[in-house]
Design a protein. Structure first.
Length: 421
């Protein structure tokens, strides 16, 4: 029979790779708690309208990349393409918007986007994200950016740079929008068909187009940063002053606009060198309008998301080695059924004490058991058979070579735990 394969653009993660995933996840959780962020868990699928309203009708994510389905009652849902809209919805739905501010939340989630699979881009992918609600001060932007920087450092990712931009607010956006439309209308011949439509619906999205001719035109387009109002300008200056004060390097990159519609003021990306075309490891910014857009109060917010697979590529590029599988502290080699039962009993008691121990469960010969113990990297091996059980004493062999010539000692079986510490 023909075997079934996983869907295109998804992945199976097995050992030893899974240790890298676990390492990133546990490091992310540790860093998030160091910055005072609580974890939040939300559903894998949501009403489709959440994303069309939250992420934006005109975005690639909503227009082309969403996995949508109808349930048995004919309701429209989507597998989440990102986390921010869900977190904002959950905050509103659970009446948390009036909690003591700021509200700081983090998550590790799988996301789904119908994209062309390639290195660093898949159809199901994992994101670590944080969201901070209730502060319009640049200190909040700084908090999330410094959290990302701290995590990247802890993961050993060195050659990465922070790109920061401001895309303004509803006060200064109209004048910028007008300048942008004027520029692109003059150069409309160079735009792709999608962008010709975008020019009417959402001209900012043209700046984010992946198509070469549009990218080229975008290079000389008017810059948001030249059209900022006083408030946005001060916000940007305060943020960069904080980055300067803490010695966090950054470049002002006027080309960064981000792919989602809800951003205002600060937008930023961490871009890794040498990991190929999908080099944006982390993307984020401020989204002061989202909570209100979703039916909540006017609650300013900012956050970011990083893709785990791109972190892995960057770690590989930086030659980072992560701790792998633990080796057993003890392997018990046994001969005969009575010894096998005793071995299980000892292993059970050791595991209860928090010690990682193994014994034979396959019925291997003594020689094969020793070979297997070696393969697992077991630190010590205890060898038991009928005569050992009778005398209560057995040989404990050191497998690490740490004891030099003296690699074997006779011990009291009942006291084996003491020899493992
Ligand atoms: P890109 O420009 O690469 O498509 P994006 O702007 O769509 O990114 P965001 O929606 O901001 O990305 O998501 C934040 C992060 O999630 C990205 O920086 C990236 O690390 C990761 N990411 C996004 N889409 C994918 C994907 N299809 N596969 C793997 N990781 C992804
Ligand atoms: Mg994308």
């Amino acid at each position: 029979m023909e075997s079934i394969r996983k869907p295109r653009g998804t992945m199976d993660v097995l050992a030893p790779d899974v240790y890298t995933w676990q390492y990133i996840e546990s490091t992310a959780r540790r860093v998030a708690s160091k910055f005072g962020f609580d974890e939040i868990r939300t559903p894998t699928f949501e009403e489709l309208a959440l994303f069309s309203r939250g992420v934006g009708e005109c975005t690639d994510v909503v227009q082309k990349e969403m996995y949508t389905f109808e349930d048995k009652e004919g309701k429209l849902f989507a597998l989440r393409p990102e986390g921010t809209a869900s977190v904002a919805r959950a905050l509103i739905e659970n009446g948390k918007c009036s909690d003591t501010l700021p509200i700081k939340l983090s998550y590790i989630i799988n996301c789904f986007r119908y994209e062309k699979p390639q290195a660093g881009r898949s159809r199901e992918f994992e994101q670590f994200g944080v969201e901070m609600f209730g502060s319009s001060d640049a200190g909040a932007d700084f908090t999330v950016i410094s959290l990302a920087a701290s995590l990247l450092t802890e993961l050993g990712i060195g050659n990465i740079s922070l790109h920061v931009n401001s895309i303004g607010c509803p006060d200064c956006r109209p004048s910028y929008r007008a300048a942008l439309v004027e520029y692109f209308e003059k150069n409309a011949d160079g735009l792709c068909d999608t962008c010709k439509t975008r020019l009417k619906t959402n001209p900012l999205r043209v700046l984010d187009c992946k198509c070469e001719s549009c990218k080229k035109l975008a290079e000389n387009a008017p810059k948001t940063i030249d059209h900022l109002c006083e408030g946005c300008k001060n916000h940007m200056d305060k943020l960069t002053a904080m980055l300067d004060a803490c010695g966090l390097n950054y470049v002002i990159d006027t080309h960064i606009v981000r792919g989602l519609d809800y951003y205002t003021k600060t937008v930023f990306e961490f871009i890794a060198e040498g990991i190929g075309a999908q080099s944006t490891v982390c993307g984020g910014g401020r989204y002061d309008g989202l909570v209100k857009e979703l039916g909540g109060p006017a609650l300013p917010a900012c956050g970011f998301a990083m893709g785990i697979t791109r972190l892995i590529l960057a770690m590989e590029q930086n030659g980072v080695k992560v701790p792998g599988k633990n080796a057993p502290a003890l392997y018990i080699a046994s001969m005969g059924q009575t010894a096998q039962i005793k071995a299980q009993e000892i292993v059970w008691n050791l595991r209860k004490e928090g010690i990682y121990a193994e014994c034979d469960v396959v019925g291997r010969s003594l020689k094969a058991q020793m070979k297997y113990a070696d393969k697992t990297g077991a630190m010590k091996v205890l060898i038991i058979g009928d005569s050992e059980l009778e005398s209560g004493r057995a040989m404990l062999r050191d497998m690490t070579g740490a004891m030099g010539e003296n690699t074997q000692t006779e011990i009291e079986i009942a006291k084996v735990a003491e020899y493992l510490r």
